[in-house]
Design a protein around this ligand. Structure first.
Ligand SMILES: C[S@@+](CC[C@H](N)C(=O)[O-])C[C@H]1O[C@@H](n2cnc3c(N)ncnc32)[C@H](O)[C@@H]1O
Length: 245
């Protein structure tokens, strides 16, 4: 039988490359990236490319874009190891430039699709997962490409340690509803918002990304969603904070 594939789309869509890299950034891709690259083996093994300061505490940022948020977090929290996943080479080169300038030792990079890494990392291995302004794919026929969906939400629940945090952001209201529909039904997550300001305003330890700045310039209002991983075996606790709709 043929037909449209059911469930989320696992092909990688979106740009892999943009404008030509400067000589400095090209050199960083050739010389620094191989030392920081996270490799996922065909057998499901994950190689973080040697010892990482903060290895006992792992955060993951998915689709880090130009890397400004990830580099900020790495500077602010040298005791935490940060993995960033991003298939767009120019974004990877941007993060490499920040790592080089600031001498950041606690960052590792997966320069590709994050989903094999989500499958491969062990249960409860992450303290925080951030997916900030994932591609909105506004057309109805493209929604299956959205990175946050029921399958990835279940993966986030598996990967987060008890009490760990999932941070999501978007500037499109239908994408808010979509992400809520993926995460909210899972008893593994409790939405941390207590009042509307909690999802309307970005927390102080969550710097603005390039995409957010562009959205605001263009008159769109971002929404910030934070969920706590309910401890395994504990009864779920909802935390209504008003509706972002
Ligand atoms: C709209 S941009 C937002 C970038 C950044 N988070 C920001 O707020 O400026 C979404 C990013 O997600 C990345 N992305 C898309 N699919 C991905 C995947 N499967 N794994 C990792 N990153 C992905 C894209 O390459 C793109 O850079």
């Amino acid at each position: 039988m043929t037909g449209r594939p059911r469930g989320p789309d696992r092909k990688l869509h979106g740009r892999r490359k943009g404008h030509r890299l400067s000589a400095r950034r090209q050199a960083l891709v050739e010389n620094l990236l191989p030392r920081l690259r996270v490799a996922v083996g065909a057998d499901g093994s994950v190689d973080l490319g040697g010892p990482v300061p903060g290895r006992d505490r792992l955060w993951l940022e998915i689709g880090f874009g130009a890397g400004e948020h990830l580099a900020w977090q790495a500077r602010a929290r040298p005791e935490v190891a940060m993995i960033g996943a991003e298939p767009f080479l120019n974004g990877v080169a941007g993060l490499l430039a920040r790592i080089d300038e600031d001498g950041l030792a606690n960052v590792r990079i997966l320069d590709g699709d994050v989903r094999p890494l989500l499958d491969a990392l062990p249960e409860a291995s992450l303290e925080r997962i951030a997916v900030l302004f994932p591609d909105p794919w506004p057309k109805a026929r493209h929604r299956k490409r959205r990175l946050v969906n029921r399958e990835t939400a279940r993966g986030f629940a598996r990967l987060l340690a008890d009490g760990g945090e999932l941070r999501l952001a978007t500037d499109a209201m239908d994408h808010v509803r979509w992400m809520m529909a993926a995460v909210w039904p899972l008893a593994d997550f409790a939405w941390t918002a207590r009042r509307p300001a909690d999802w309307r305003e970005r927390p102080a330890d969550w710097p603005e990304t390039r995409y957010e700045a562009k959205a605001r310039r263009q008159g769109r209002t971002p929404v910030f969603l934070a969920f706590r991983r309910v401890p395994r075996g504990a009864p779920p606790s909802g935390a209504p904070g008003g509706s972002p709709e």
